[in-house]
Design a binder for this molecule. Structure first.
Ligand code: ADP
Ligand code: MG
Length: 398
């Protein structure tokens, strides 16, 4: 990296660079602008959630040298909002700018095979897995490894790029279905709990964690995250200190700079790392409203050489994702959600990402319910699910 010592400082009013134009980038822009920075976003699309709020847009593909050079020349410090940026582009930027996270950290998180190797090398458990790179590999797996989940090694997200494989004889077809690209086959685990921890590590190596979130998924997509000031009230939180120390250990071992999310599975009281994301994470969105400092502000602070913010929880919270499905009525026609009714729920914060077209499974926004009584929030979340026509399983019933 170009320049890295504890005196590194980009003062408010300066430009910060961002690669990627999605909703995580949009929320990053808002945080950066709140601190007085201007943001230049490199993204290939004409319009996107981050592009529409950025101070400047470089419309360029992620591997276009001219676009990258322009980005480099405008700002000292660059970050990313999604991991699938070509490694060569990240290297290019690291030669000219302070890039957080570094290209080598992103390279590990970009590829499930590297990711699992790395995490296992720290003596941290991952789900039992096999690497599949060609059809012959499919023959080598024992029958008792099934049922499993076959996941593409690169470019998967929100449950995309993965299929369940009930038994061995299905494996080859599923591998072909995924395009015969390198994959990992994971054992299908019966999950007691999914937890995530967002870590923020600065250029001096100081590291803080946000309170763990308990996550609920539907069809591989995060649907809600629950964070309480006293989690033991509703869940056995004995593993919380352990997940936080594993998350820190991963960040430190990667020599990671920036915001990192570590996703965990809890299976029979064992803690397993599912995957890591080298950026703020959907399950950390609660921090925008429920913590002193949000995960996005932390990203801004780190890349600017500002001190890390306080991650303490101010309020319990339930974050619920708003997928495009919310815009579809029971007859399948598009219908605007009843925002006025939604916003009449007290303690509810609405975040919409400015996406013009609602599509099923597309992340359009989220809401965060705030308050100190988690059961009260649970009731509100249930009311909200009726207003929006979504599924919500009460915490008390999980
Ligand atoms: P993505 O990159 O799409 O988030 P994940 O690997 O995190 O991919 O998988 C998405 C979700 O699918 C997980 O949060 C979990 O609910 C479920 N899942 C993934 N792997 C397994 C597994 N090995 N066993 C059981 N459930 C799994
Ligand atoms: Mg995941």
């Amino acid at each position: 990296m170009v320049f890295l010592n504890s005196n590194f400082f980009v003062k408010p009013g300066s430009w910060l660079g961002l690669v990627g134009g999605g909703q995580l980038g949009r929320m990053f822009c808002h945080s950066a602008q709140n601190l007085g920075y201007k943001v230049v976003v490199l993204d290939p699309s004409d319009i996107s959630p981050a592009v529409s709020v950025a101070d400047l847009h470089i419309k360029s593909s992620y591997d276009d040298k001219n676009g990258l050079e322009r980005l480099s020349s405008i700002c000292k410090s660059v970050t990313i909002e999604f991991e699938n940026i070509p490694f060569s582009s990240l290297e290019f930027l690291s030669k000219r700018n302070v890039l957080t996270p570094t290209a080598s950290s992103v390279a590990i998180a970009q590829n499930r095979i590297f990711e699992k190797n790395f995490i296992s090398s720290l003596n941290v458990d991952v789900a039992p897995y096999k690497v599949i790179v060609n059809k012959t590999d499919c023959d080598l797996i024992d029958h008792d490894f099934f049922p499993g989940i076959l996941k593409v090694a690169k470019l998967g997200y929100d449950g995309k790029g993965q299929v369940t494989v009930r038994e061995k004889k299905e494996l080859k077809d599923k591998f072909v279905f995924l395009g015969e690209v390198p994959c990992v086959l994971e054992k299908f685990l019966s999950l007691d709990r999914e937890i995530s921890v967002v870590v923020a590590r600065n250029l001096d190596g100081d590291c803080v964690v946000f309170p763990p979130a308990i996550n609920f998924h539907e069809c591989g997509i995060l649907s809600s995250s629950v964070v309480t000031r006293s989690n033991h009230e509703i869940y056995d939180n004995t593993c919380f200190s352990e997940v936080c120390s594993i998350a820190k250990k991963i960040a430190e071992s990667l020599n990671y700079y920036g915001v990192l999310c570590v996703e965990f599975f809890v299976v029979d009281n064992n803690i397993i790392v599912n995957e890591i994301a080298p950026r703020p994470h959907n399950s950390g969105h609660y921090s925008m409203d429920a913590c002193f400092t949000s995960q996005f502000e932390q990203q801004v602070r780190i890349m600017s050489g500002l001190p890390l913010g306080n991650t303490e929880l101010l309020s319990s919270s339930i974050m619920i994702n708003l997928l495009g499905d919310v815009w579809f009525g029971s007859d399948g026609n598009l219908i605007e959600p009843d925002w006025r009714k939604l916003l009449s729920i007290s303690g509810l914060k609405l975040h919409l990402y400015g996406k013009e077209e609602a599509r099923r499974s597309r992340k359009m926004g989220h809401v965060t319910l705030l308050g100190n009584d988690i059961y009260d929030l649970d009731e509100k979340a249930y009311d909200l699910s009726l207003i929006l026509g979504i599924n919500y399983t009460k915490i008390s019933k999980v």
